[in-house]
Design a protein around this ligand. Sequence first.
Ligand code: NAD
Length: 339
Amino acid sequence: MKSVGINGYGTIGKRVADAVDCQDDMKIVGVTKRTPDFEAKMAVSKGYDLYIAAPEREKLFNDAGIEISGTIDDLYDQLDIIVDCTPGGIGAKNMDNIYREKGLKAIFQGGEKHDAIGKSFNSFTNFEDAQGADYVRVVSCNTTGLCRTLNPIDELAGIKKVRAVMVRRGSDPGQIKSGPINAIVPNPPTVPSHHGPDVQTVMYGLNIITMALLVPTTIMHQHNLMVELKDSVGVDDVIDKLESTSRVLLLETEKGIDSTATVMEYARDIGRPRGDLFEIAVWKESLNIVDNELFYMQAIHQESDVVPENVDAIRAMLEMESDPSKSIEKTNRNMGISG
Ligand code: NAD
């Protein structure tokens, strides 16, 4: 049983904690918080040992009556690996200033730059490359979404080139300080966006160019893909391939799942914790092939799609499993993800 800590119990951190805690080969030893807010209280009430990320703030936790198990300095020595879920940019500093010095393996999130960490990860495309690695970055929610569907398409027909337009949520549901509220924002206004190069950090050599927009929604990203194929295949072949691909769901407008709002309603109805959807949802009707170019639309639940990948990254880095499909299957089974 491997011991895992979570640094930064926020949107991603709390989800990764729950995903790790329901596995049978790893356990959460502690999570960290900077602020004694409701999330800190929830962590304790769920049974996680809570450590203060900023030791000088101990009094705030004491005043709030939140039970703590120590400061973050007390946590490191108990761990086989730490999953750093702090806001973008902090993780790389933690790697250089703390984790390296302590000899502690660490996983980072998509807000860190690939070059700062040196190795990026997706369960399906480069699990093997993370075997035994000390520092790995799980690629962002958008990049994970692109990889989840492009990888099986590449396996099926080979990809000549990808062009993708990504419609990104303005903020997460719990955030009130970012937007837009009433605009569609080219973001970045330059082409290509960083998403294509990010995919290339885990799908080596893929010809991909992306452009991105921000819109006033909080619940999902939406991607529009155009994929030139090497081999000639039919739409039914693509449907069969995606239907048999783990962590991808084909959903149908005809059955009432006609927007990101109803995709999220579906996730709530199937009883997912927090209403999360760990899979990438592809609209079946959007799949079309014209002149050997595949078109499709998909939706990404930004708060949760990267969560199972963090669990697989732990197995690869701690050399608990060398076969990606076995880790993926185990993670899925324990998290209630079918396929
Ligand atoms: P968040 O703000 O929801 O959570 C971050 C947590 O870290 C908060 O609890 C915050 O108090 C805490 N924190 C801040 N500074 C800290 C420090 N110095 N030490 C320890 N804890 C600290 O952020 P998030 O959305 O969970 O993002 C975390 C990482 O995951 C980022 O790299 C982000 O880019 C990436 N990511 C986010 C999403 C998303 O949609 N939210 C999706 C994929 C990846």
